[in-house]
Design a protein around this ligand. Structure first.
Ligand code: GDP
Length: 178
């Protein structure tokens, strides 16, 4: 058995404040207390053992908000470099959920005809009293997007491993399909 050693670039997309950096930190196993030292770091690598096979993911947290309606070079790079995409919204922020739909459209335009794994993520599932987007709405949106869906809590580390294991499985399905 030879573990595959090539990296998969996973790009996080989503509005500011939805929890992209927190998810990346939870993925990499970085605790809150380490965050200061890690400041400015935007790429996180970890090897996951999924279904008996190792895969190394490189998670990129480089998405930035649009400025004055201008599409930046960095944003278009983000849409080009990913082998898989995680589109994050906060279940406590309906406008971030609406932005997720726009991001899906951007991605489709940027990568026409490519079958790229996309996971829609409703983060901050621990904030039950502030919920603005139901789990059913999230699921329905993923059906329209033709992508996977999961709710996570980066704060409680809930479903974070499941999310990235799901990314690995989606990447493998496409590899095997070729
Ligand atoms: P980013 O701008 O998308 O990278 O978002 P951050 O990761 O910086 O998170 C924005 C804020 O939301 C921070 O104060 C985080 O501590 C908080 N946050 C992120 N994920 C969660 C979560 O799952 N639950 C709760 N309660 N807060 C979260």
């Amino acid at each position: 058995h030879r573990p595959n050693c090539w990296e998969h670039r996973v790009v996080l997309l989503g509005d500011p404040g939805v929890g992209k950096t927190s998810l990346a930190n939870a993925f990499a196993g970085i605790q809150e207390r380490d965050l200061l030292e890690q400041h400015g770091e935007a790429a996180y690598e970890r090897t996951l053992l999924v279904d008996g096979e190792e895969t190394t993911l490189l998670v990129l947290d480089t998405w930035e908000p649009e400025r004055r309606g201008e599409e930046s070079w960095r944003r278009s790079q983000c849409l080009q470099v990913g082998n898989a995409y995680v589109i994050v919204y906060s279940i406590t922020d309906r406008s971030s959920f609406e932005s997720a739909s726009e991001l899906r459209i951007h991605l489709r335009r940027a990568r026409q005809a490519e079958d790229i794994p996309i996971i829609l993520v409703g983060n901050k599932s621990d904030l039950v009293r502030c919920r603005e987007v139901s789990i059913e709405e999230g699921r329905a949106c993923a059906v329209v997007f033709d992508c996977k869906f999961i709710e996570t809590s980066a704060a409680l580390q809930h479903n974070v491993d499941e999310l990235f294991e799901g990314v690995v499985r989606q990447l493998r399905l496409r590899r095997e399909g070729k």
